[in-house]
Design a protein around this ligand. Sequence first.
Ligand code: 0RQ
Length: 495
Amino acid sequence: MALKFISAEEAASLVKHNDNVGFSGFTHAGCPKVVPVAIAKLAEEEHAKGNSFKIGVFTGASTGDSIDGSLTRAKAIKFRTPYQTNKDMRVALNNGEFDFFDLHLSQLAQEIRYGFLGKINVAVVEACDVTESGEIVPTTGVGITPTICRLADIVIVELNKSVPTKLRGIHDMYELQDPPKRREIPIYEVQNRVGLEYVKVDPAKIYVVETNKDGEGGGFAPVDDVTARIGNNVAEFFVSELKAGRIPAHFLPIQSGVGNIANAVLASMGSNPAIPRFEVYTEVIQDAVIDMMQQGNISFASGCSLTVSNEVLHKFYEDLSFFKNKLVLRPSEISNNPGLARRLGIIALNTAIEVDIFGNVNSTHVNGTKMMNGIGGSGDFTRNSYLSIFLTPSTAKNGTISCIVPKVTHEDHNEHSVKIIVSEYGVADLRGKGPRNRAEEIIEKCAHPDYRPLLHDYLNRGVKGHIPQDLYACFAFHKALEETGSMINADFSKL
Ligand code: 0RQ
């Protein structure tokens, strides 16, 4: 069957007010770039005519500005899930302009299939190749692509000519069977492949829009002193765990979160000669992973996206034959699968906004109210990992905020799932410790020295019980920040 080639504007006109639209990709990687901008333009035109035009936006994770930025600015969104990092979108959702549903990334595809979130009307997916028989080969990010392509009535393929078609073969597209028929995923080692190189859909529902837009990946900030110290602390902790035999000599697969800290930690692991070559089973494959594969420090990487800077992306394309049998991109329900995290023994490394002295972690909300990004995949891995590690600088905003607080203002990962906390000052090992010992460990090893006396004061307020939590004083740090501009002015006597 001959493919139907249309313009981005014609594709946008297939989307109707109130539709739910699923987009491919994970982070900016693999996201469509011209059709969402055309949908945003259409929304503005409809609004100018006095007509309503808003859509539900379903993605793998965060996206490029073409999706979240354009659609937010056009006021074209009624609902958004599961994760975002866009500044305009963050402001809009915190202003209540639309409903934002924050959930574990591994769960989105199945929640769509279960019918919990309504019907997906249109899928918009970026591809490097599409055939007349309906084979769609994604680009550098997968996310929920297999599920939205199967369930949508219309599949708009953005065929991106700037991505080499020889990327075909790097993906492993596998969709979970739903209960009660679900069987185990036959991945027993990081490099196992269980699915197809493409997504197959009925070609009758495919429309193709050609483009050659480059990736939307920015670079990483240079490693600063704090980030470098966090990285070194993690690397030294791994070396001591190897020596103690608590991490096997051949090491275990690493999951590392997104952002500068995660990138710097991997780089520190690569430059520590006592850490053996290891594998990565993660969601986002960042610049450091690609560098370390070329240097031989990482032997295999499985992920959901290649979230790399454009410079590294071009390097990757040039050296594709090297990477082809060392890297695989999977849908988010497989890359982030909790059962696989447990089976493979993944070491999970994620970044926190704040942690409390009892080991609870806030990954999402500033002051318990303002959404930062979302839980992303951190929960998929943390609870099910061999070893869960949270990274945080001891302070934020020039020391006015202590990232170690008496009680977190929003709890994403609780004390039962969090094993290790690392700041630039050291490593708090919470394994096998009750609440008071955990608190001492976190204050002494991770808190900034300026905040340690205050945190000890809080701990020693004489509250009885298993957890010495003073419900009247636990937010004194946040109150002081609000009223005086710094948590250092927390005064427990004034509560
Ligand atoms: O503010 O942007 O104004 O400078 O928060 O903090 O230190 O730059 O760290 O970019 O790695 O983000 C938790 C948000 C950390 C991220 C979070 C301010 C700080 C700065 C960012 P500025 P940093 P990062 C894999 C796993 C959840 C999802 C996840 C995240 C800004 O890692 O979204 O783990 N995690 N996914 O100044 C107020 C505090 C603060 C604070 C830091 N206590 N109070 N502001 N900041 N601590 C990825 C995926 O799932 C796809």
